[in-house]
Design a protein around this ligand. Structure first.
Ligand code: XIL
Length: 354
C-alpha cells in the first residue's frame, strides 16, 4: 500500500508542481526590462506624450504608458485653449488627471506649453484680431496666463516648454501675435514670469527642425547665450525630433547638443516620432528604427540631456496621419501595441547606457 501510494502521491505532487511552475514560468518569464528601467540605469527619463482620451478609455494604453515611461507630457491638455477656454474660466481637470496618473505611477511630468502661436483660445485670437485687446492688455494677459498656469502646477512639473516654435527656418523670429504686438522682449519676459512662479522648474525653449546644426538651431543657440548673459532664467533647449525617413537623418545632432551643453544648459528630446510615407514595409521600419536609435544615441552622449520623450508611443493614436496626409506609422508600437523594430532599437540603445 505504502509503495503504491507513494508513487501516486509523488506523481500527483509532480504534476501539481509542473502545473504551478508552468504557470509561473509563463507569467514570470524573465521579462525584458522596461524602457523606463533601462533609462533609469542611464540616468535618463524616457517619456511619452499622453492623449488623455486614450488614457481614459483604453486599458492597454494605460498599461503601456505606465510600464515603459518615467516621464509624461500632455499632448494637448495643458495648451492655452484647453486650460482657459473662456477668458478667466480655467479648466485644469484633464491636466490634473495626468498629474494624478503620473504620481500614481512614479512618473515625472513635462509641461507643454506656456506660449505658442497655435492652439490659442478663440477669445484671445479674435480679441487681438479685432483690436479689442491692445498690446498693453495682451502683455498683461500673457503674464497672468504664465503665472497662473505655472503656479497651478508648482512643484509638480520638472521642465516647462516656456516658449514653443518662436523661430522661422531661416533663424528670424516668427511673426506671431506675440512678436507683432509685444516685440521680441516677450521671450525674456515669459521666462522671468515662469521662473517667478516656480523657481525650481527647469525652463526650456522648444522647436522642430533643430536636431542638427542649422540656421534655426543656431538662432536658439545665440538667443540662449544672450538671455543667459542678461540673467534671464532659460535653462533648457528642447528638440522636438519630428523626423521623416524620406528626408534623411539630420547632420551634427551630437555636436548641436554639445554646444548647448557647453553653455551649461540642459537639453532634451521632447516630441520624437519618425514618420514615413505609407504603407510601412520592413525597409522603412528598419530605417525608422535607425533614426530613433541615432537621436537617442546623441542624447546619451550628452551629459545634460536628461530626458528623451516620444510624441505618443503607439501608432493607434498618432497625430501624424491627420496632419501629414499619406504618412504615418511614426511610433514605437504599432496600432495593436506590438513592438516595432524602433522599439527594439530604443531598448538596445538604452541598455547600452551612456
Ligand atoms: C500636436 C498634437 O499632437 C495634436 O493632437 C494637436 O492636434 C496639434 O498639436 N509641435 C508641438 C506639439 O509642439 O504641441 C504638437 O502637438 C505637434 C508639433
Amino acid at each position: 500500500m505504502t509503495r503504491l501510494r507513494t508513487p501516486l502521491a509523488a506523481v500527483a505532487l509532480l504534476s501539481a508542481t509542473l502545473m504551478v511552475t508552468g504557470t509561473q514560468a509563463a507569467s514570470a518569464a524573465p521579462e525584458k526590462p522596461s524602457l523606463r528601467q533601462l533609462a533609469g540605469r542611464a540616468d535618463l527619463l524616457v517619456g511619452t506624450a499622453v492623449d488623455m482620451s486614450a488614457l481614459a478609455d483604453d486599458t492597454a494604453y494605460r498599461k503601456t504608458t505606465a510600464k515603459d515611461f518615467s516621464s509624461v507630457t500632455a499632448e494637448n491638455v495643458m495648451k492655452w485653449e484647453a486650460v482657459e477656454p473662456e477668458r478667466g474660466v480655467y479648466d485644469w481637470s484633464k491636466a490634473d488627471d495626468l498629474i494624478r496618473f503620473a504620481r500614481d505611477n512614479g512618473q515625472a511630468v513635462r509641461g507643454h506649453t506656456l506660449l505658442w502661436h497655435s492652439q490659442l483660445p478663440q477669445w484671445l485670437t479674435s480679441g487681438v484680431a479685432d483690436g479689442s485687446i491692445d498690446s498693453d492688455e495682451l502683455r498683461g494677459i500673457l503674464k497672468n496666463h504664465i503665472t497662473t498656469q505655472v503656479k497651478h502646477f508648482k512643484g509638480k512639473i520638472y521642465q516647462w516648454d516656456v516658449v514653443n516654435e518662436v523661430f522661422n527656418e531661416d533663424g528670424t523670429l516668427r511673426e506671431s501675435i506675440w512678436l507683432q504686438k509685444l516685440g521680441p522682449s516677450y521671450i525674456a519676459d515669459a521666462f522671468r514670469w515662469a521662473h517667478a512662479a516656480d523657481p525650481k522648474a527647469k525652463l526650456f525653449v522648444n522647436d522642430y527642425n533643430v536636431e542638427g546644426i542649422n540656421a534655426k538651431s543656431t538662432a536658439y543657440y545665440e538667443l540662449a547665450k544672450q538671455l543667459r548673459a542678461e540673467g534671464v532664467p532659460v535653462q533648457g533647449f528642447g528638440i522636438q525630433g519630428h523626423l521623416g525617413i524620406q528626408y534623411g537623418f539630420p547632420g551634427d545632432v551630437a555636436a548641436n547638443l554639445k554646444r548647448f551643453d557647453d553653455l551649461g544648459m540642459e537639453t532634451a528630446f521632447t516630441e520624437v516620432d519618425v514618420r514615413m510615407i505609407l504603407p510601412a514595409d520592413d525597409t522603412k521600419l528598419a530605417r525608422q528604427a535607425d533614426d530613433y536609435r541615432r537621436l537617442l544615441d546623441a542624447c546619451l552622449a550628452t551629459a545634460g540631456c536628461k530626458s528623451f520623450t516620444v510624441w505618443g508611443h503607439t501608432d493607434k493614436y498618432s497625430w501624424i496621419p491627420g496632419v501629414f496626409s499619406g504618412e504615418g506609422a511614426a511610433n514605437l508600437l504599432d496600432e495593436n501595441y506590438a513592438p516595432k523594430p524602433a522599439y527594439v532599437a530604443v531598448r538596445e540603445e538604452l541598455a547600452s547606457g551612456r
